[in-house]
Write a protein that binds this ligand. Structure first.
Ligand code: PLP
Length: 367
């Protein structure tokens, strides 16, 4: 029987030899690779600076700290996301204030933001979900009007564009992630991008135990963390970055095959929509199925050797969010409806057209 995973990293000889050559030098941390990775990444996104960190979650934590967000502050964000984008607000003692999402793009709905702004609101944490940018023009306008900082969670959307401008360039800082299911991987790893030298220096220092550039190794100026990315991961990141455009073009091709197939089944399968002016970089290919028990569909697909996932649960309905903030079912109806009906199908570089056809046939046959 076929065995099709939901995601799979694309690792070539070049990746392997890059990692092995770091091992051969013996310099496994704080070497030239992580600096090179930072510079190349900043150039690729189009920001002045980038800071490599040990995960996307670590990057989000530092972005919150560097923005000066703390106890008593509120941060507006999306409930339809991976939990780390809200948890990072809790890490610094602030309160996530959710705003429901757009039913087509699943990104935060700018029309609903202003109603949630209070005297305590300090920032908007914009999540670009699944490989597509949020609607940034109105968000930037609202942030200016209310003097709020913008921090982007771009962990799922590397290289995605909004009206010709890449995600990661809109906020005071932005965070990317390189877990093996993302568009590019370093194993575990992440990156913060910024155009501010001050934010850059702060993030660099906080990721390295609160050290500053020009001081002794055992001098610590702030409460810092060890969120450093090691050299093997940085070497992998560099070789992955060199083929990122290729990898994204292959992801687009796979998404196109799915779209073509599902075109004739619009009444039972809702396919992803791309907002005008956006380019999509396909972290996942998520469809919504109408009138059928989604969890049952996932089980049926497993029996056919196809792995799929209920992406994503709405964050406010996790137990500790419900307990802490009193959220109930119905608080964010659009996010919740998407959570109930969505299935992420396999999508990775190297997935064959015949596999996509097999997946689509199995799904449609059941429906
Ligand atoms: C993957 C992801 C993260 C966190 O990345 P890790 O590297 O796994 O810590 C944060 N936010 C979103 C939206 C993500 O998809």
């Amino acid at each position: 029987m076929k065995k099709i995973p939901i995601s799979k990293p694309y690792i070539t000889r070049e990746d392997i030899s890059g990692v092995v050559s770091v091992l051969e030098t013996g310099q496994l941390s704080l070497g030239p690779k992580h600096t090179e990775f930072e510079r190349f990444f900043a150039k690729k996104i189009g920001t002045k600076f980038a800071v490599a960190v040990s995960s996307g979650t670590a990057g989000l934590h530092l972005a919150m700290l560097a923005a000066g967000i703390g106890p008593g502050d509120e941060v507006v964000t999306s409930p339809f996301s991976f939990i780390a984008s809200a948890n990072c607000i809790l890490y610094v003692g602030a309160k996530p204030v959710f705003v429901d999402v757009d039913p087509e793009t699943f990104n935060i709905d700018p029309k609903k933001i202003e109603a949630k702004i209070t005297k305590r609101t300090k920032a908007i944490l914009v999540v670009h979900i699944f490989g597509q940018a949020a609607d940034m023009n109105p968000i930037v306008k609202i942030a200016k009007k209310h003097k709020l900082k913008i921090i982007e969670d771009a962990c799922e959307s590397v290289m995605a564009e909004y009206q010709g401008k890449k995600v990661g360039t809109f906020g005071q800082s932005a965070v990317f992630a390189f877990y093996p299911n993302k568009q590019m991987t370093t194993g575990e790893g992440g990156m913060i991008t910024t155009n501010s030298e001050e934010i850059y220096k702060m993030c660099k220092s906080l990721a390295n135990q609160g050290r500053s550039d020009n001081i002794q190794w055992l001098d610590h100026q702030y409460l810092g963390y060890n969120y450093r990315l090691d050299e093997m991961s940085a070497a992998l990141g560099l070789s992955q970055l060199r083929k990122l455009d290729f990898m994204i073009s292959r992801r687009r091709q796979v998404a196109g095959w799915y779209n073509d197939f599902f075109k004739n089944y619009g009444d039972i399968v809702t396919t992803p929509k791309i907002a005008p002016g956006n380019t999509h970089t396909w972290f996942v290919y998520m469809v919504r199925i109408i009138g059928v028990n989604r969890d049952k569909v996932i089980k049926i697909l497993v029996k056919k050797g196809i792995s799929s996932k209920p992406y994503l649960p709405s964050i406010h309905l996790f137990d500790f969010y419900k307990k802490r903030f009193g959220y109930k079912v119905g608080a964010y109806p659009i996010s919740e409806k998407i959570s109930r009906t969505s299935i992420a199908l396999p999508l990775y570089v190297g997935l064959k057209k015949e596999d996509v056809n097999y997946i689509c046939h199995q799904l449609i046959n059941y429906l």
